[in-house]
Design a protein around this ligand. Structure first.
Ligand code: PAF
Length: 280
């Protein structure tokens, strides 16, 4: 497995694979890889001849008061995980490689990005769309892999790929959880022991929510209320949002009778965590 830092070196390698008729999968990440990322790499390895993993903490998707500086990083560990998962190449650029001096072009979207995480993170999706569009141009993959934990991101990327005719298949992969239900996230490392226990309220409240839909609940407001009540019972938790939206448009729904995304964002102490389920 190679680790390269420049756009030119990725291009050179990927184009030679394409010339040999090999398919290429891309797994975009911000590093500090965990089992969730590994599941994306495993799927990419199973479905493609070669797999590129990008490891880049993208400054453009962090707001001014967010955790860019403290975001966990461990390239050595990431490289070992990628090697073991049989990725072929890691692209690990410095910010100047992705955003050279004078950089001033962006990819933005005026649907899908305003609600949910977009409300409290107004510049986030412009940063995500811009960096992912760049990664797609650099790695020229046949398929790219994203986790369903960032469900809005998955919907936004699918929409961008369709709008801008990227010709790349976007593969959404299921949420990977700890044994006790907490969705895997690099940000879980911010939690102290009390917060780690309190964080279980996310998966627990969604489980209650799922049970009530499966039990026949049709009102989105009642479902959201059920989930909110569970979260509010946890003293260390503060709700950012609890939303029930159409899974294709991300517009809020009143009644549950098409595929809906039930998504939550909750602060546990200072750490903002997200989780969701899709009810088909
Ligand atoms: O999901 C992430 O880790 C990031 O948002 C992504 C897709 C790698 C873009 O920086």
């Amino acid at each position: 497995m190679k680790i390269v830092e420049t756009v030119e070196k990725v291009r050179e390698q990927v184009r030679s694979w394409h010339r040999e008729g090999l398919s290429v999968g891309l797994v975009p990440t911000m590093g500090y890889l965990h089992e969730g990322h590994k599941s994306l790499i495993d799927r990419a390895v199973a479905e493609n001849d070669r797999v590129v993993v990008s490891v880049f903490v993208n400054p453009m998707q962090f707001g001014p008061s967010e955790d860019l500086e403290s975001y966990p990083r461990d390239m050595e560990r990431d490289a070992a995980l990628c090697e073991e998962a049989r990725a072929s190449l890691i692209f690990h650029p410095q910010p100047e490689e992705m955003y050279p001096e004078g950089f001033s072009s962006y990819v933005d979207m005026n649907t899908l990005t305003e609600g949910l995480c977009g409300k409290s993170r107004p510049i986030h999706f412009r940063g995500v769309c811009t960096v992912v569009a760049k990664l797609f141009h650099i790695a020229e993959p046949d398929r790219a892999y994203f986790g369903q934990k960032d469900a809005q991101q998955l919907a936004v990327i699918r929409h961008m790929v369709n709008d801008l005719s990227f010709g790349i298949e976007i593969v959404g992969c299921p949420i990977v959880r700890e044994e006790d239900g907490l969705a895997k996230s690099s940000r879980n490392t911010y939690l102290n022991q009390d917060e780690r226990n309190a964080a279980l309220v996310l998966s627990r409240s969604l489980k209650k929510g799922r049970e009530s839909v499966e039990g026949g609940e049709k009102s989105a407001a009642a479902l959201a209320g059920r989930i909110r009540k569970e979260i509010q019972a946890e003293p260390l938790a503060k709700i950012d949002y609890v939303e029930v939206v159409d899974w294709n448009t991300l517009e809020p729904v009143e009644e549950i009778h098409k595929p809906v995304l039930v998504a939550i964002a909750v602060y546990i102490g200072k750490t903002r965590l997200i989780d969701n389920f899709i009810y088909e």
